[in-house]
Design a binder for this molecule. Sequence first.
Ligand code: F6P
Length: 520
Amino acid sequence: MADTPAWTALKAAARADRQTPIRALFEAEPDRLDGLTFEACGLRLDLSKQPWSREGVTAAVELAQACGVEAARARLFAGEIVNRTEGRPALHMALRAPAGADFRAAGQPVSEEVEDVRDAMQDFVAAVRSGMAGGATGKPFKAVLHIGIGGSDLGPRLVWEALRPLNPDIQLRFAANIDGAEFAAAVAGLDPEQTLVVVVSKTFTTQETLANARAAKAWLEARLGKGKADSHLAAVSANPAEAGRFGIAEDRVFTFRDWVGGRYSVWSAVGLSCAIGLGWPAFEGLLAGAGAMDEHFQTAPLDASMPVMLALAHVFNRNGLDRPLRAVVPYARRLALFPSYLQQLEMESNGKRVTQAGQPVDQATAAAVFGDAGTNGQHAFFQLLHQGADIIPVDFIALAQDHEGPAEHRNILLANAIAQAEALMIGQENLAEPHRHFPGNRPSSFLLLERLTPETLGALIALHEHKTFVEGVLWDIDSFDQWGVELGKVLAKTVLRELDGGDGPGHDPSTTALIARLAR
Ligand code: F6P
């Protein structure tokens, strides 16, 4: 696989490009900036500080062609079974298509059902926001407690933090972690009489989510009385029967299908809490922005496609230059959760070691992603980015307009973002004082959102979804399964039994000692 002519050419091009400082490429290629700047859906992506020459870019685009990215994209949008190990399509694009679309999942029409759920969500959002749907004591809801984990948490949490009003009429709280400290913090200060609990789980079998949901029900009933919490509960699931068994009324269960992957699900009813907190037009804007990126991805030629070119830049670093890490630094406090969001999107999607045919992958796959908001990260891990022994490519994200707070902060924030990218690339020679020497030649991309709106946020997320998909095609892996999370879940059940005092199988000495030390 990695020895195909296209992969061999990419790696040869990367080896050659390693000899030329990125900065020198600007002198050699006068049209470099224009050629490597991509605009779509309110986003401007500058890939000119990446370590590829014109020949490197050409080899990368030819790799995408040779790996069949266009055909794979067509199969994805056609709703074919692209998630082979689970036998499912991956059709999150159907969720953000405008009314009247005709998406099909494995041949079955789905758009009508998508619209029906959207309509039901819209009605419920209006009822909650207007106070028509209130709690057991007749009071309107002032808070939504969103319970879910992984894909049932990170998307809604990101969207809420990115777009939330400073003083919301309805505030959102999130409980994901099984650590009781998270639940305690999530309900602290909330009035159960005015709190709506939305339990979000695709499977409705997730240990953490069910435990948090039970805790929430008990918390509600402690105030409202046994059996009086029904009007405070809603669920979102692809397993409505299980949600019903949990005790959530049928008309309060909002569904989606198994062809929506958890980490691709914020566009479905999983976004219900956000729609309540932000209002329906904002949720529609989010969908529209993602839909616009879908259209761009489907129609732009490979070498003009933002998701494709971003994927190729990342793969050039990962496979061409053996760089196993990538930092993502949004210079926007509201996007501080984006690195965490990408950790699930990219590492759960592409952290794989076998091909679609079940053979071991013979080259590197997903890079590990980390990051934090700028400028905070500058005072933490940037030392390593500038002078560490490893070269770690950085994705900078910044907003051009609509900065909040004190006016002078805007330019300070943006100056830092721009300067860090420049410093990483140009470095600074100081042979007399090696500790002050900056080697430079450290690559970055710079993604500028004109403003942070529901539409650009939707486009930003969809950009990364499609980028992740393209990488999966290049590596010939299944980006839509996640078997790697299973073993730990199974073993945790055994260990739990033993911590609760039950018998268990033998373990290694370290595991046995931990269980013995903590059992009660
Ligand atoms: O543990 C991994 C995972 O399956 C994720 O893929 C998923 O988003 C998360 O757990 C939560 O799953 P669910 O929505 O079924 O509760």
